[in-house]
Write a protein that binds this ligand. Structure first.
Ligand code: ADP
Ligand code: GN1
Ligand code: MG
Length: 354
């Protein structure tokens, strides 16, 4: 589990100095609403930076993560620097005096620092159709640029990340052991997921060729320009690695097709809107249709079902195991999250095919 910011502040300040030995650090603030790392905005006498204590439980191979990031940053720099505002469209890593983009503190914690992209906003839920279409286009463009990444494939930073079959097997295992006796709290959700178990393998059975994709295209992994409200920079590149475009499309649907938050407690507010789905499809295809194979375009709807199913499995597994992966702010938080995914999935399955 991620420690609270209060526990980490003193170590964060000293980690920041490892990257910024020549600047005076004025202020550190906890930042963003990501589930995985512990993130701070660092203000110095010169400018702002983004400091992250990396979650090594989730990413055990940080060498792979950082090597991928360096390659992606260099490649996208060559594609984006000519655009207006080029520097703000890109994640740029800082290095320590020994030229490392990763710093280990005396306790062994891993830290990295990025240039803070100023004048941006991110959203946990989407505002309107225009924003939804633009966000889907931005993630599609990100995929298209990465498809041209030179050299060998990126390293796999989390083995089997979207191996839904494996996620299902883990879910079944936890169901059988029920270590905290929580099974009784979620019998309906368990039944729904067992009934839909064919979704654990349907996409993988298509045997589509892998591409370099983002793998975590939730809306808050996109920064928007505050002034124009247009997408500016796709962030959170830790899971960028070989995978399927349908998974990326799936996470767009999961996080934008409804007005409700990922953990909306009032299930009657969780409504998958067909107009939002159409905007996602239009935006995403406007950036990708000319280079995707027809089988990939056909797989998009199944990708959305698969990701909703997989994310429900992941949240419910975490609930049953004791909330070790996703931070929770109330008892049953992961169960709430799982319920939202299951609700969206059942509504999606009632819609006619695209
Ligand atoms: P997590 O894996 O925990 O989701 P992210 O890399 O997505 O971590 O970062 C967490 C949050 O920090 C993002 O949602 C975003 O609001 C903010 N953020 C990340 N990188 C930058 C950056 N370079 N400039 C400004 N804000 C950023
Ligand atoms: C995590 O890091 P963040 O908050 O963008 C998770 C995703 C989940 C998402 C659910 C590495 O994303 O896979 O879909 O939470 N990232 C990792 O909100 O597990
Ligand atoms: Mg994130």
């Amino acid at each position: 589990m991620i420690p609270s910011p209060d526990e980490t502040f003193p170590t964060a300040r000293s980690a920041a100095t490892a990257f910024l030995s020549d600047q005076e650090i004025l202020r550190l603030l906890p930042w963003g609403s990501g589930h995985i790392h512990q993130t701070f905005r660092v203000e110095t006498n010169q400018r702002c930076f983004l400091l992250q204590r990396l979650n090594e439980h989730v990413f055990p191979d940080l060498d792979a993560v950082m090597q991928n990031l360096e390659r992606i940053s260099a490649h996208l720099a060559s594609r984006l620097s000519h655009l207006p505002d080029g520097e703000r469209r890109l994640l740029r890593l800082l290095t320590t005096p020994s030229q490392s983009s990763l710093h280990r503190d005396t306790r062994g914690n891993a830290w990295r620092m990025l240039h803070f992209i100023p004048g941006t906003v991110s959203f946990d839920t989407a505002v309107d159709l225009r924003q939804i279409e633009a966000a889907a286009r931005a993630f599609g463009e990100f995929q298209r640029r990465l498809d041209e990444l030179p050299g060998p494939p990126l390293r796999e930073t989390i083995p089997g990340f979207h191996d839904t079959r494996r996620r299902f097997a883990r879910f079944e295992q936890v169901l059988n052991t029920d270590p905290l006796n929580r099974r009784q709290t979620c019998e309906d959700e368990i039944r729904s997921l067992l009934t839909l178990r064919h979704l654990a393998s349907a996409l993988q059975d298509l045997r589509l060729p892998p591409r370099t994709v983002h793998n975590d295209t939730k809306l808050n992994n996109l920064l928007f320009d505050q002034a124009s409200q247009e997408p500016l920079c796709v962030i959170d590149w830790d899971t960028v690695m070989p995978g399927h475009v349908a998974h990326d499309f799936g996470d767009l649907v999961r996080t934008m097709a409804s007005e409700a938050a990922e953990d909306e407690p009032d299930i009657s507010r969780v409504k998958l809107r067909p107009d939002r789905l159409a905007a996602l499809q239009a935006g995403y295809l406007s950036a990708t249709q000319d280079w995707l194979a027809p089988a990939e375009v056909e797989s998009l709807r199944l990708g959305a079902e698969t990701i909703l199913y997989e994310q429900a499995l992941r949240f419910l597994t975490d609930h049953l195991e004791g909330d070790h992966y996703y931070p929770v702010s109330q008892p049953g938080h992961n169960l709430l999250r799982a319920r939202v995914q299951i609700t969206l999935l059942s509504q999606l399955r009632l819609l006619p095919p695209p």
